[in-house]
Design a protein around this ligand. Structure first.
Ligand SMILES: [Zn+2]
Length: 197
């Protein structure tokens, strides 16, 4: 068995304990440009029913990659220490790539928003990111928030984007139906009474 770690962290980043002493994080050690790939996650893919019984630590280091599928690192390394922020500087590229949403300076912690990958209730918590726009509780339903859909356009995992697209298509269909019903209403109201007699 190879000793290679499951996830790959690019050399411009480093995983280490956070200054506040609460857990680990990944930090830029060189300037990073907007759009640069910073990490590629790896591991073993679990279906929900198996995944939900894994130890808490493994579950907390995973990333949801499909509707009911979760990628869990097998050999845990610094590339798995990416944290959530409600004001992130990173987003997802595909299912397992982490890219810079803006230029990042050395020393900055690199975080993404779990709303970009999560649609299931497996890692919900009271957020302590400390950002001005912190939404308080982070849940598996946050991808449904219109303001997040707008802010993270292009940075959602494909399975989340498909859900967003499906909801929007449904809303457009409902709006079309409502417009048609309204037009039918006008049309029948405008018919001369004699037609009914
Ligand atoms: Zn927060």
């Amino acid at each position: 068995m190879s000793e290679q770690l499951s996830s790959y962290l690019f050399p411009k980043l480093q995983g280490r304990p956070k200054a506040d002493g609460i857990g680990n994080g990944i930090f830029a050690v060189a300037p990073i440009k907007k759009g640069e790939l910073m990490a590629v996650f790896g591991g073993v893919v679990y279906e929900w029913d198996t995944f939900i019984h894994l130890p808490e630590r493994e579950r907390s280091l995973c990333i949801q990659v499909e509707d009911r599928l979760f990628l869990v690192p097998d050999k845990i390394g610094e590339g798995d220490y990416v944290n959530h922020s409600c004001n992130p500087n990173a987003g997802l590229s595909g299912q397992i790539g982490l890219v810079a949403m803006r230029d990042i300076q050395p020393g900055e912690e690199v975080c993404f928003d779990y709303a970009m990958s999560d649609t299931m209730p497996y890692d919900e918590f009271e957020c302590g990111c400390g950002q001005k726009n912190c939404r308080g509780r982070v849940s598996g339903n946050d991808w449904q928030k219109p303001e997040l859909q707008k802010r993270y356009a292009g940075f959602f995992a494909p399975h989340v984007q498909r859900r967003i697209d499906a909801v929007r298509a449904h809303q457009r269909m409902m709006a079309r139906e409502a417009r048609r019903a309204k037009l039918r209403g006008y049309a029948s109201a405008a018919l001369p009474k004699s037609l009914y007699e």
